[in-house]
Design a protein around this ligand. Structure first.
Ligand SMILES: [Zn+2]
Ligand SMILES: [Zn+2]
Ligand SMILES: [Zn+2]
Length: 936
């Protein structure tokens, strides 16, 4: 039966569509924003205000954007929009890391290695630049589509002239401080890529290596063993047989005790603690320990054994000797307690060797092959051979000589090159370094970190321990596509030339012509008077071909971007990146900034986890579990993707797959429907500017709900301030769910059926507009397209005088914290009473006490505790029949919350379907009055 009174009710009417069609509509809205210059308008709105500068970490310009990129840029956009709404000016300059190996590698693949190697450096660099520009364009399109507001037309790119010049400016500042030095030092070396690698460019993976025990023949006799007339040896253990040609020391633990095992006419020195294990392993069935002059077991500690000598395991025949030294890092967990040492092939070995003046022997070339020759410093019997190829041959050689004790294969974690995935080696080369300790850089960096706010707060421990433990920073690379290390070599005397005069000339050159000029121009043409060797006075200088570590490039963005663009700030307010950047960009930015200026480049650091699939696996093409962010924009829409970013706890690794996005899509629809429901009674029907009821005059139920709204908004604001978007999402989403089952459902009757301009309806709609306004504002940083769409349907008085949601100010709650907190106990008592009613109503339905299918046909007898009674009954209290959506509620004092549900008195009003005593016209009193008023 059609309701004949329908046309007398205030039916919802809004043009806001139920179906979002985000995939079709978002691109149109985006185009409109770009036409109108919404990003610029956002800056203009807050002109002259305090700034909040989130400095963008440059993604590497390679390939289309992936989900991790999307999460990163969306998170930044949420933060910028939040602070812009708070009245801060938020200039946001996106950037790209354009130099470096991946692009160079791509160019090499494109050309083929042979052709690539034949091209002059400047030609390779031209191709690399072209590739970078294309990649930047692809990624920029992808980021824009996500709804991210930024200075997209003027991003920062690490290959432009000013950026090149800045690299050298910072270099000069740190060089002048005395922290930059050139040294021969073992570095991770990829012989496939021909370059030194930084720790951040290393990936660890399992590798099978040969582990061998070898005996070295001694040439000195430790005190107390003079009586022993046969051969004397020291036993060592190594997993890198190919480092034996570079051996020139063995390291013992200073305090460990060593003994000599007598077996088959040999005396072999090893750690006392490992004798039993080693002899069992070596198959030494009957052995004795050597005794000293007094007849007791001979033993000596590492310090006492120091400076003894042995024959070098490969070149011993030529009289080459190695030396006993000691270091704390030797353990007694494995091996023999004696470590073979090649200072050119390991950092620990290098450091230990330095303390005892052990020379760095380096027989391995750039290709990972042994130098040809016969003596120490060459590969000897394995001349020209690649080191891994030499491994089995060296083992065989030792076996033939009778010095190999045991060979077994072990699987252990081994460093690999991040680019080519090949195992890397440690190799001493001439490189440029930033010293961590010479000028106190490490100490100062740690001091500066303590002043930075970290989100999550425990992240400071991670970067802090990295700073504490990191070795000197090797900043040189042997590649083409990057900014040169500004060093020259004197062609007459070989001196390395670098000083303030040459550095200033290089800075000027790069600013005018870019760093390409380094590879094409004659140094004399730009150095002028500075083109002089300070050692021999020669004017014939040659530019050094090494380039700077690409982390240096991105690291100096604090200056190239934040300082050089006057409208930004240094230090920046915030850096936000994935947690892998603790040793990447967060680190190189910190080191270059502290090195040049003595301060950290950021006031706060937000670190985020990685995006994984629904089962916690890495996304990969081979697993078929890749979520393509732009693909999702073209189907579900960017706002759904943004809502996903807001829904996950980004402080840890986050899962994503299509099932998860389906759930987010459902949440999106629920939020959208709430917007639509509210607009249905507000658009064209109610303008808070003229129709609102003063907060103090609101009906009690409306006022209590408004108090709760203020509470939710305060909690959401706090979560935004702490960058905990998942908390924002949870609060707002739960609130929306609660509204549709609770307050909005309960007040529908008053809004639909009361007189259009009645006080009761206006009181409800005053709260409805506050709810709508709060949701539009609080969701704006996240649902950028949808809130902007809602804006079109809002009364002018609800738009803060703006046309675009991005330009809204932060929601102004209608009650102060004191005001709303005073009302929360009553609100909470109401919620509890309603829960008691709901349960009782369900019971009454089950037992058949009530038969009608709607709660409107029921009444309640409610008992509440004394303190709640004071809040829920009496003058000025809320009529509970409305929140309960029943015909009447009688409230009594009692011990606890309890409720009895009975059939309503009266009959169903045909207009409003409430159960009331009906009048002569068959309507309830309220409906009677409304109809009569319409008639007039
Ligand atoms: Zn490599
Ligand atoms: Zn010279
Ligand atoms: Zn009625």
């Amino acid at each position: 039966m059609a309701n004949q009174y329908k046309k007398t009710t205030n039916l919802p009417k809004t043009e806001f569509p139920m179906r979002a069609s985000l995939a079709q509509n978002e691109p149109k809205r985006l185009a409109a924003w770009e036409d109108a210059g919404v990003y610029e308008l956002m800056l203009k709105k807050n002109e002259g205000h305090e700034k909040f500068v989130l400095h963008d970490g440059p993604p590497y310009a390679n390939g289309p954007i992936h989900l991790g990129h999307a999460q990163n840029k969306i998170s930044k956009d949420i933060i910028n929009r939040y602070w812009a709404m708070q009245g801060y000016q938020t200039p946001y300059v996106p950037g790209w890391d354009c130099h470096g190996q991946p692009i160079e590698h791509k160019v090499e693949e494109m050309l083929g290695t042979e052709k690539f190697n034949q091209l002059p450096t400047e030609k390779v660099r031209e191709l690399c630049r072209k590739m970078a520009v294309e990649q930047v364009d692809t990624q920029r399109q992808g980021f824009r589509r996500l709804g991210v507001l930024a200075e997209w037309d003027n991003p920062y790119l690490t290959y432009v002239n000013d950026y090149d010049a800045t690299d050298i400016e910072i270099f000069k500042a740190i060089f002048d401080s005395g922290a930059i030095y050139r040294g021969r030092k073992p570095v991770h070396w990829c012989s496939h890529c021909h370059t030194a690698l930084a720790e951040a460019e290393i990936e660890y993976g399992d590798e099978v290596s040969p582990a061998i025990f070898v005996r070295f023949e001694m040439t000195t006799v430790p005190a107390g063993l003079e009586a022993w007339k046969d051969s004397l040896w020291v036993d060592i253990w190594t997993t890198t047989p190919w480092t034996l040609p570079a051996d020139d020391a063995v390291i013992l633990h200073p305090e460990a005790e060593y003994v000599a095992v007598l077996v088959d006419g040999r005396a072999e020195i090893m750690a006392e603690a490992l004798v039993e294990r080693c002899c069992a392993k070596f198959g030494y069935e009957s052995y004795e320990l050597a005794t000293g002059a007094d007849g007791s077991t001979w033993h000596m500690n590492g310090v006492e054994l120091c400076h003894n000598k042995y024959l070098q395991p490969i070149f011993g025949d030529q009289g080459v000797e190695g030396e006993f030294i000691y270091a704390d890092y030797v353990t007694l967990d494995d091996g023999t307690g004696v470590v073979h040492t090649a200072p050119g092939h390991g950092v620990d070995d290098y450091n230990a060797g330095m303390r005892f003046g052990i020379p760095v022997v380096m027989p391995v070339d750039d290709d990972g092959r042994f130098y040809k020759g016969e003596g120490l410093g060459t590969g000897g019997p394995w001349s020209g051979m690649e080191v891994n190829e030499a491994n089995p041959k060296i083992i065989e050689w030792l076996r033939e000589r009778g010095t190999l004790i045991l060979h077994e294969d072990i699987t252990h974690s081994y460093p690999h090159c991040w680019r080519c995935k090949q195992p890397v080696i440690f190799r001493a080369t001439s490189q440029w370094f930033v010293s961590m300790d010479k000028t106190g850089l490490r100490k100062k960096a740690l001091e500066e970190l303590s002043k930075v706010a970290f989100y999550p707060s425990h992240a400071i421990k991670r970067i802090g321990s990295m700073v504490e433990g990191r070795p000197d920073w090797c900043i040189s690379r042997q590649r083409n596509w990057g900014v040169p290390i500004p060093a020259f070599t004197c062609q007459d005397c070989g001196e390395t030339v670098m000083n303030d005069a040459t550095l200033d000339k290089v800075i000027t050159l790069f600013r005018e012509k870019g760093s390409d000029a380094w590879f094409t121009d004659d140094p004399a043409s730009y150095l002028g008077d500075a083109c002089t060797c300070p050692a021999c006075g020669s004017h014939d200088l040659k530019a050094n071909p090494d380039i700077l570590d690409v982390w240096w490039d991105s690291g100096v963005s604090h200056t190239a971007v934040c300082r050089h663009r006057g409208y930004l700030k240094f230090p920046a307010d915030m850096y936000l990146e994935g947690s892998d950047q603790h040793r990447g960009w967060f680190m190189s930015s910190l080191m270059t900034s502290v090195g040049a200026y003595g301060v950290a480049p950021y006031k706060s650091v937000v670190s985020q986890g990685f995006t994984l699939d629904g089962q916690g696996r890495k996304m990969s093409k081979s697993l078929g579990n890749v979520i393509d962010p732009n693909g999702e924009c073209d189907t579900r829409g960017a706002d759904v993707l943004r809502l996903w970013v807001a829904s996950v706890d980004t402080s840890t690794d986050v899962p994503c797959d299509s099932t998860i996005l389906d759930h987010v899509g459902e949440a999106y629809r629920k939020i959208r429907n709430t917007f639509r429901f509210l607009l249905g009674e507000i658009e064209g029907q109610f303008d808070p500017a003229t129709d609102a009821v003063a907060t103090a005059d609101l009906l009690p139920y409306d006022r209590l709900v408004l108090a709760h709204l203020c509470e939710v908004h305060d909690q959401a604001s706090e979560a935004y301030r702490g960058y905990r978007f998942n908390v924002v999402f949870r609060l707002l989403y739960d609130y929306v769910t609660e509204l549709s089952n609770g307050y909005l459902n309960a007040t529908k009757d008053r809004v639909y059926c009361d007189g259009a301009t009645s006080f009761e309806r206006r009181s409800a709609l005053t709260t409805w507009t506050q709810i709508l306004s709060m949701l539009v504002h609080d969701f704006q940083p996240i649902l950028v397209y949808t809130t902007d769409e809602v804006m079109q349907y809002l009364p002018a008085s609800m738009r803060d005088g703006q046309d675009y949601a991005a330009l809204l100010d932060w929601y102004q709650a209608p009650m102060t914290a004191d005001e709303y907190r005073a009302l929360l106990p009553a609100y909470e008592a109401l919620v509890e009473a309603r829960a008691a009613f709901t349960k009782a109503y369900e019971d009454a339905q089950a037992s058949g006490t009530v038969t009608e299918k709607t709660s409107q046909a029921a009444r309640a007898e409610l008992t509440v505790p004394e303190d709640a009674y004071a809040l829920l009954a009496g003058d000025g209290a809320c009529d509970l029949a409305e929140p309960f959506v029943c015909s009447e509620v009688c409230v009594e004092r009692g011990e606890d919350y309890a409720c009895t549900v009975l059939p309503a008195r009266g009959e169903k009003c045909p207009r409003c379907w409430n159960w009331r005593e009906l009048g002569e016209d068959g309507l309830c009193a309220r409906c009677h009055d409304v109809i009569e008023n319409i008639g007039e």
